[in-house]
Design a protein around this ligand. Sequence first.
Ligand SMILES: NC(=O)c1ccc[n+]([C@@H]2O[C@H](COP(=O)([O-])OP(=O)(O)OC[C@H]3O[C@@H](n4cnc5c(N)ncnc54)[C@H](OP(=O)(O)O)[C@@H]3O)[C@@H](O)[C@H]2O)c1
Length: 235
Amino acid sequence: MDIAEKVFIVTGGSSGLGKAFANELVRNIANVVITGRDLDKLKQVASDLGSNCMWFHADMTKDEDLDALIEFTLDRFGRLDGIINNAGIGGWSPLEELTREKMREVYEVNVFGAAMLASKATKIFKKQNHGAIVNVASTASLSGYKYGTIYSSSKFAVRSMSQCWQAELRPHNIRVIQINPSEVPTAFGQENRDEKELVANKLSPQEIADVLIAALKMDPRGFIPEVTVWATNPF
Ligand SMILES: NC(=O)c1ccc[n+]([C@@H]2O[C@H](COP(=O)([O-])OP(=O)(O)OC[C@H]3O[C@@H](n4cnc5c(N)ncnc54)[C@H](OP(=O)(O)O)[C@@H]3O)[C@@H](O)[C@H]2O)c1
């Protein structure tokens, strides 16, 4: 797909991977609406990226915010070509310390928020007979690990949703693409929300953004259902 002049929503576009996605989309002359809850961060990223990037304050846990986000995007740009379900939070705990609240908090964003935005966008994509849904999952969606009950299971759920949507939406020319990054130093999992320093032998958000752009740019007759990105030698 030629992504120039196309319109994408990047959830969690104010930080880390989402910021890199927005940056690469804008560099490829696409229009982007970034979302998040921290207004200062959103405004700063949108202002850094220029007039092809707009911000919209939307909490993934609130359906009314997601409705308003879609309405805003259509109002400003008159079209929607893809959503990048990137907003996500972590949560780890030994099994015996698990709480329903923490599990629900993570699922509200990683699973329910992503599902509801995709559901709303699909109404538009089906009508226009094209669209892209990109789910940013994780290598944690591929195998479980110690203390991963909450986060890993939420990303397994995302992987299952990606596969269900692929089966459901291909006849409507809607491409559902899942990206599984391995560890990338960002603000992810940081109590203070400070971005971590990049490390020479670990991944950076740029590699994940490069994958996103390559997958979107593929001719619409083909699509990449799932791609996993590892650091070559993080040891
Ligand atoms: N970093 C890694 O090692 C890694 C590895 C694999 C997968 N991932 C996945 O990649 C995605 C992005 O992670 P990242 O590393 O870029 O983390 P990040 O820097 O912490 O960014 C997360 C983004 O999500 C937004 N967000 C969080 N909760 C939200 C909510 N309720 N509503 C709306 N926006 C919300 C945050 O903005 P606000 O806080 O302002 O709302 C922020 O923009 C996540 O889905 C994560 O699971 C990350």
